[in-house]
Write a protein that binds this ligand. Structure first.
Ligand SMILES: Nc1ncnc2c1ncn2[C@@H]1O[C@H](COP(=O)(O)OP(=O)(O)O)[C@@H](O)[C@H]1O
Ligand SMILES: [Mg+2]
Length: 256
């Protein structure tokens, strides 16, 4: 069994009287694609926000590669090797596609964003390296010739690819994707599926929130199901799809 990269232990998150996450525990192994599914409002995005430091926990612990990351700031969690994308795309709309990736890369370098703005001599070499690596990443996600255009002019599907490139620019070990194929047509979805497999081959562990059950079942090594903030099932896609609690809570009578 591969080493555990991410360990979530007894995480709860309350918003006033609402229990958005209730004692959720799960582990993601190095090198797997781990799916997180469940009905709208089940707590999936809330869990991502807890994992990536946007929300404080009401209870529980989160460990990345053996080190506690709960209570850490989002940029510290990125620096520890955990990047994400957002359910609602968050790009710099009026920057170019390439610049969007370079911003992600700057989060990772010594010069930092301020150094890049000041363009002092020391940073110029780093700037070149950031530029080259960002171009490589655009190529990697399938946006090779689109770097000069504005991010806001990309198609919806390409904006999602750009978000992934920007996240990859921080050199993550673990990449969390919140509904990365939402709004895409079937052929775009297949292409994204191929990208996820390529990422895993390249050594990135993936945590995937997805509504497209067919995609999840086809791609994921393991799947967890959330319902009303609780983990109601976990296992291989085959096991989870036959679980009566899952069928009742999520898939309805039309189990795939
Ligand atoms: N910042 C917040 N403040 C109050 N309630 C929230 C907040 N974020 C999420 N919730 C609530 O938590 C529950 C889970 O939401 P969410 O994690 O977005 O679900 P999912 O991503 O599974 O659709 C919902 O009832 C939602 O309204
Ligand atoms: Mg969500």
């Amino acid at each position: 069994m591969a080493a555990q990269l991410l360990r979530v232990v007894g995480v709860s998150k309350r918003f006033g009287g609402l229990s958005a996450l209730d004692d959720v525990s799960l582990s993601v192994a190095q090198g797997e694609i781990y799916g997180l599914i469940g009905p709208n409002g089940a707590g999936k995005t809330t869990l991502f926000n807890c994992l990536t430091g946007l929300y404080s926990l009401s209870a529980g612990e989160i460990h990345l590669g053996g080190a506690a990351i709960h209570g850490h700031k989002p940029h510290q969690i990125v620096a520890a090797g955990f990047a994400r994308t957002f359910q609602n795309i968050r790009l710099f709309a009026n920057m170019t596609v390439l610049e969007n990736v370079m911003v992600g890369r700057h989060a990772r370098t010594r010069a930092g964003v301020l150094g890049a703005v000041l363009r002092c001599a020391r940073t110029r070499g780093e700037e070149r390296a950031i530029h080259d690596r960002s171009r490589e990443l655009l190529d990697y996600v399938g946006l090779k010739h689109k770097g000069r255009g504005l991010a806001c002019h990309l198609s919806y599907g390409d904006q999602r690819r750009l978000e992934i490139a920007r996240a990859l620019a921080t050199d993550p070990q673990l990449l969390a994707l919140d509904e990365p194929v939402a709004g895409m047509n079937p052929s775009e979805r297949r292409e994204m599926g191929a990208l996820f497999l390529k990422l895993r081959e390249g050594g990135v562990t993936l945590l995937l929130i997805e509504h497209d059950v067919k995609l999840v079942m086809g791609l994921c090594d393991r799947v967890a199901v959330l319902d009303y903030g609780r983990k109601i099932a976990e296992g291989t896609p085959e096991n989870v799809r036959q679980d009566p609690a899952v069928i009742a809570a999520y898939l309805g009578s039309e189990a795939p």
